[in-house]
Design a protein. Sequence first.
Length: 277
Amino acid sequence: MQKKIILIDVDGTLVDYEGKLPKSATKAIRMARDNGHKVYICTGRSEAEVYDYIWDIGLDGMIGGNGAYVKDGDKVILHKKISKEETKHIVDWLHERGLEFYLECNSGLYASEKFEEKGQTAIREYASRKGKDSSNMTVRDAFPDMIFGADLYRDDVNKVSFILSSYQDHLDSIKEFLELKASTWGGAGEIALFGDLGVKDIDKGKAIDVLLEYLGESIENTIAIGDAKVDIPMLEKCNIGIAVASGGEEIKAMADYITEGVNEDGIYKAFKHFNLI
């Protein structure tokens, strides 16, 4: 059969919202690659958050930062970053508003002074909305390699996530940072828990174009799997778009196929359905 380029979101798709990776997903990816298909993760995470247990599955590369970073094997094809000047502006603005945050870089996640303390409530709420028991979850559970106490004026930032005290913080960030892309996550609309700021004019779909051009591959040979609104450009771009049953209604409505949830062997069943394994 024609070899495929398979793009898989991480949180809520490849792993559950506690970071657990089903054995069936690992098995499916390894079998697909043995069959000659290429598998890339396509995630909002920066490379520092792609822990060894994910790389150890065996992957051909990644799209990170929701499209700001593209890597095939060890070759970095694209890396768009927020400038040091813009990062300083963001850090100062968030400090002035008393909002805690973390900088997402390939070298690590760099937390603001009180993020560990203030972030716990938001992290627990985020996990509970995903149906997880989060009563004892800490920031260090959610972000095991997060770096505390580092210089926050950096030149290697992919994006910045900050805890919303209200939805107004996000609305104000749109006006304050006209040259950046302002979004939210952790809930739809006004119940969002986090705001984020990233490079403008990037998304997962555009990053796929960059990867395919580098590989000399056609869009006809692509399959994407995701669970959230941020994954919609990826599913729209690829020839076949698969949504996870535990995902949001918007992505399920536009998907070509809906597979089972993460912990119901969703990846394995989707790969089986499309004869990848």
